[in-house]
Design a protein around this ligand. Structure first.
Ligand code: NAP
Length: 288
């Protein structure tokens, strides 16, 4: 059993922190910007709510975070009353935010200089994965630090792997998002075409999902897409944040991402339709 803190009790962080308490059996302190959520978590799971990230981090073996973007992450780590000021020497900070590889390296550098570890550890598996404690966690950082962190992360992970040095977790998550973008557009076009052709979309998917066209998106989203419902998971606003991180990194490393860039613009159109909070399968909505 470890002493841990969790910063950022959103859709992902709230259940992840819960698994640390219930499944991991750890002593958990939480911090959330909107304090009421931290109070509710503490009442539900039996932990302590701290007033600042710094206070949450003090005296902990490990501190987790899952906030929005690079700026949010900087704010809760190196900002005023940020967690880094409270970290004990030898402790470990694990960041589950989907952020840039740059900010991961920057914070890893700051952590190393102050004598504690930093692992970038973005996740895949969505809200359901967080609630069921079966996330995939892609990590970057130093091997000895990772080896200590992995058994604690296991409370909410089905798979967890060190991908390389600091930033490698975020780079791996970028690959994940690049693969999803083009695939969801192709699935949207397939469903759209089937509808226009007057086919029974359910029957079409039942047949083709047993063959080479099969995908997680197809299995889990085709029914709601066919019904024009787009309220089932990862939001377009978040996806655009992630794709902009991918495109920025590609500008630097020279990778060519023509379909990803196009799909990013399609998502911008979905936002203009008022779909910023719709799930990512709403690429279908702009075809109509
Ligand atoms: P969310 O529900 O919007 O929660 C965001 C959390 O971060 C909230 O607790 C929020 O506090 C806190 N926060 C944001 N900015 C902050 C700041 N400047 N200072 C302090 N706290 C701040 O988001 P989420 O869905 O949990 O996603 C969190 C991260 O996981 C994102 O990077 C996202 O891309 C990634 N992710 C999400 C999913 C998914 O399916 N949702 C899947 C994989 C990865 P308040 O409560 O005060 O707003």
């Amino acid at each position: 059993m470890a002493k841990v803190a969790f910063i950022g009790l959103g859709v992902m962080g709230y259940p992840m922190a819960g698994h640390l308490r219930v499944k991991g059996g750890h002593e958990v302190t939480v911090y959330n910007r909107t304090a009421a959520k931290a109070q509710a978590w503490a009442a539900q799971f039996g932990g302590r709510a701290a007033a600042t990230p710094r206070a949450a981090a003090e005296g902990q073996d490990m501190v987790f975070a899952c906030v929005g973007n690079d700026d949010d992450l900087r704010q809760v780590t190196i900002g005023a009353d940020g967690a880094f000021a409270g970290m004990a020497k030898g402790a470990i900070f694990v960041d589950h935010t989907t952020a840039s590889a740059d900010v991961a390296r920057e914070l890893h550098g700051a952590a190393s200089a102050a004598g504690f570890g930093f692992i970038d550890a973005p996740v895949s598996g969505g809200q359901a994965g967080a609630e069921n404690g079966v996330l995939t966690v892609m990590c970057g950082g130093d091997a000895p630090v990772y080896e200590k962190a992995e058994p604690v992360i296991a409370a909410f992970a089905r798979a967890c792997r060190l991908m390389g040095p600091s930033g490698a977790g975020q780079l791996t998550k970028m690959v994940n998002q690049i693969c999803i973008g083009g695939l969801v557009q192709a699935l949207s076009e397939g469903v759209h075409f089937a509808q226009k052709a007057g086919l029974d979309v359910e029957a079409v998917i039942e047949v083709i999902s047993k063959g080479a066209a099969q995908s997680w998106q197809m299995e889990n989203r085709h029914r709601t897409m066919n019904e024009g419902k787009f309220d089932f998971g990862f939001a377009v606003d978040w996806m655009r944040k992630d794709l902009s991180i991918c495109l920025e990194e590609a500008r630097r490393n020279g990778a060519q991402l023509p379909v990803t860039a196009l799909v990013d613009q399609f998502y911008a159109e979905v936002q203009k339709l008022g779909g910023g909070r719709w799930d990512t399968s709403s690429l279908l909505a702009r075809l109509k």
